[in-house]
Unconditional design. Structure first.
Length: 397
């Protein structure tokens, strides 16, 4: 870029010169702009800034204001270079908690980001500004060596991406990173492994053979798609039963009874079959369900224990003869519920509301169409005339 009659503006640091830019018009003749520009150099890099003023006095004042902005920017850059990665991690976790992230989400964020911080410091460094795209992939390789699945690694690295983007673009009152070291790096998404899903026949077999104390627990999961935490925290005050059905108002869902996953409650209908099963549960305490009595808890007042309930389900799956019974989980009831709703062609809005989700894409994780369902759907495709008396004829013309 060419300039005419450059003039140094006294008292500016870095030294700033003002001038009018030289350009060629359509006829190829050299002309100068009517407005002033500023030129200066920082760390050997030349910069050109349009000042958008016509008078020399205005250009000088604009150059002094520009020098002040550069000084502040350089100071901020120096300060940001001294910020440790651990400080950014702590700030991000504090922000996420303040914004009401779910308890389990906070657990995952804390685990991943503290692991990143520990790994980074073991590399012999602490300062976040020195974290490069190569370090990003080195940490990814560390997770892979720890034996994590590709899906889990991708999930963990997405959290690291969020941290770096926030620190370099959205942190307030000033950005904590001079730049995002992985800006422009492609996302590497991994598909989730297919999850087990109970068929209607399997659910019936489980409920028919379940321990009488556990049958209502499994029935609620199977008939409503509630998560374990939501079932554990279910109170009788939230259950309304009638002969033909009823409703369940779901408040729980977070680990430790920290609240629902989306921060609100939802109402799930109860059909007649589930209402009949729930009617057999004695109303002896506030919670609908409790852990079966044990020597330590002989009165059965202990809340449901997820680990023990899962073990009981696996034993039941083995007892009734399910192949590969170890792969089934409590969440498998939720998959079965979503799949049943899809088989019945229920409106998607109903399914999302009942399961406590707002985005339809999430249903793809849950719905598994079994072979017989797919076959019935395929059998609906026909190119034969619907009325056997009507036979298509070719146009004689």
């Amino acid at each position: 870029m060419k300039f005419a009659d450059k003039e140094l503006v006294e008292g500016t640091q870095p030294p700033i010169r003002i001038a009018k830019r030289v350009f060629k018009n359509a006829a190829g003749e050299e002309k100068t702009t009517d407005t002033y520009w500023a030129t200066f150099s920082i760390s050997g890099k030349q910069s050109f800034i349009p000042l958008k003023v016509f008078k020399r006095a205005d250009a000088i004042r604009a150059a002094h204001r520009l020098a002040q902005r550069i000084e502040v920017g350089e100071r901020d850059m120096t300060e940001r270079k001294n910020i440790k990665l651990g400080e950014i991690v702590d700030a991000y976790l504090t922000l996420a908690k303040g914004r009401g992230r779910a308890f389990k989400t906070m657990e995952k964020y804390t685990y991943v980001l503290k692991k990143l911080q520990t790994w980074w410091e073991r590399q012999g460094d602490k300062y976040a500004a020195r974290f490069t795209v190569y370090d990003f992939y080195a940490f990814k390789e560390r997770l892979e060596k720890d034996g994590m699945s590709p899906k889990t690694v991708a999930d963990r690295m997405m959290i690291v991406r969020q941290l770096l983007k926030w620190a370099s673009e959205k942190a307030k009152p000033q950005k904590l990173l001079p730049l995002n070291p992985i800006a422009g790096e492609p996302l590497q998404e991994e598909k989730s492994k297919p999850q087990p899903c109970f068929t209607p026949e399997q659910v019936k077999l489980l409920l028919d053979n379940a321990d009488p104390l556990l049958k209502p627990v499994f029935a609620v999961m199977a008939y409503t798609g509630l998560r374990f935490g939501e079932v554990r925290d279910l109170m009788w005050d939230h259950v309304q039963l009638r002969a033909s059905g009823g409703t369940i108002r779901v408040y729980g869902g977070g680990t430790g009874g920290r609240g629902p996953k989306d921060g609100e409650y939802r109402t799930v209908p109860v059909n007649g079959e589930l209402a009949a099963i729930l009617a057999t549960v004695p109303r002896e305490q506030e919670r609908v369900f409790s852990h079966p009595p044990t020597p330590k808890w002989p009165h059965g007042t202990r809340p449901l224990d997820q680990t023990q309930l899962l073990k009981a389900l696996k034993r039941l799956c083995k007892q009734v003869g399910f192949g590969d019974w170890k792969r089934y989980k409590l969440h498998t009831f939720r998959h079965g519920f979503a799949t049943m709703c899809a088989r019945l062609n229920l409106p998607q809005k109903y399914i999302l509301d009942w399961m406590g989700h707002s985005e339809s894409e999430i249903l793809d994780m849950y719905i598994t169409l079994h072979d017989e369902t797919a076959q019935k759907a395929m059998n609906q495709i026909s190119y034969s005339p619907s009325d056997p008396e009507v036979v298509p004829t070719r146009n004689a013309g």
